[in-house]
Design a protein around this ligand. Structure first.
Ligand code: SF4
Length: 400
């Protein structure tokens, strides 16, 4: 059975004003953090390799995936990052055909680091470009400009990567649909095979929240943002990128297998402060506290780690249980996760997993959203319509 492992690197050079992901700028902790993460990997291996045959599901995909996200994984010394990947590959016997991704930022990636990543086995890069318009990048508080971003893509290709994804943010004040389409044309011209487009969200606790929550007239109005979303999606499709999820489009053969494992309700393991995992019946998280993580993972006993992962202990200094899932919860997660995908809910797959028809369990939510024109049935699938994409959160809410 395939393994899916997420590593959260909690370090960034500077906090971007819109970002609510967990990250700190205390890079002096990098070495200790990666040592602690190597130790956590060993503990995780001892627990998981011991119970993988006893009913814990780790997914239906046939390829292993490892994903280093963050934060900015390209910021720390690549030796730390690559040692952790070595440990993960050895511990979990990760297949040679695995998809192994690292997120990088244009401002911190270098030829030396990229060559190290290739040697260590990374074969997919996700680069946080966000925009190729320097004024939009300035608004977003990014450390790079458009020239640095394009140069970074060329370095990535020179190092031998062909499976490259780029992130774009839409709905930034001052951004235009034409400008974003031009960015996409540049990505296409550079040979980028996967593009993630995220709408700017104003999250509590961020600098943007303080700046905009009482000045929403300075933001792009929702109807313009939606127009931009659809314009971008159409443009991507015209160029041959298939939209396979609300925010993700790719050329055939370049979909993210790791992210797809989330939408397929596969189990995934988590390493690092701020990382979240799913064991098949429990969702759990690492607290947003790198100091506590380093301290605890350096000394934690195998018994305590095992007791936590197997549900006998609900709280440690650096780990907490988010949710123990009942059968009903797992059924509700299917629309929650699958309605994000273009394929939608696979009715036969639901029946195979739960032994009941999806339409019997969720008849009311299905009918009311079909009547509103937000959901459509196509053979044995149910998915959002084009107009339903604009109301995805409201539709999903009806199933919860
Ligand atoms: S670089 Fe990425 S993770 Fe770090 S603060 Fe900026 S948006 Fe957040």
């Amino acid at each position: 059975m395939a393994r899916h492992i997420y590593v959260h690197n909690p370090f960034c050079a500077r906090k971007c004003p819109y970002c609510d992901f967990y990250s700190v700028t205390k890079t002096s902790l990098c070495e200790d953090f990666y040592k602690a993460a190597i130790r956590e990997t060993g503990l995780l291996g001892s627990v998981i390799n011991g119970i993988s045959d006893s009913g814990v599901s780790f997914g239906i995909d046939d390829k292993d995936t490892v994903y280093f996200g963050g934060g900015t994984p390209s910021l720390p010394d690549s030796r730390f990052v690559c040692s952790l990947l070595d440990e993960i590959r050895r511990t979990f016997n990760i297949g040679d055909d695995a998809e192994i991704t690292i997120e990088v930022n244009p401002s911190s990636v270098s030829e030396e680091k990229l060559n190290d990543y290739v040697k260590a086995g990374f074969n997919r890069i996700s680069i946080g470009i966000q925009s190729l318009d320097d004024s939009v990048l300035k608004t977003l508080g990014r450390l790079h400009d458009s020239r640095t971003a394009v140069e970074a893509v060329r370095k990535i290709q020179k190092a031998g990567f062909t499976n490259i994804s780029a992130d774009l943010i839409t709905g930034v004040p001052g951004e235009t649909l034409e400008g974003t389409k031009n960015d996409i044309d540049t990505f296409y011209g550079l040979g980028i095979k996967h593009i993630s487009t995220y709408s700017l969200m104003i999250e509590e606790g961020t600098v943007f929240y303080d700046r905009y929550s009482n000045n929403i007239e300075d933001l792009v109005p929702p109807e313009s943002e939606r127009m931009m979303y659809h314009g971008v999606r159409d443009h991507l499709e015209d160029l041959g990128y298939e939209a396979y999820e609300i925010s993700n489009s790719a050329f055939p053969g370049y979909r993210s297998i790791h992210n797809s494992s989330y939408w397929n309700s596969c189990g995934y393991l988590a390493v690092g402060a701020g990382a979240h995992g799913y064991t098949g019946n429990m969702r759990y998280g690492h607290k947003d506290d790198v100091d506590a993580y380093i301290k605890e993972m350096t000394t934690l006993s195998l018994k305590d780690y095992e007791d936590f992962l197997e549900g006998r202990k609900s709280d440690l200094d650096s780990l907490y249980v988010e949710e123990i899932l009942t059968r009903e919860d797992r059924m509700k997660e299917v629309p929650f996760l699958r309605l994000r995908t273009t394929e939608g809910i696979l009715l036969d797959e639901f029946y195979r997993q739960f032994g009941v028809e999806f339409e019997d369990v969720f008849a009311q939510a299905i009918n009311s959203n079909i009547n509103k024109g937000f959901l459509e049935r196509k053979e044995r699938t149910l998915r959002l319509t084009r107009s339903g994409l604009d109301f995805a959160n409201i539709v999903i809410e009806d199933f919860l």
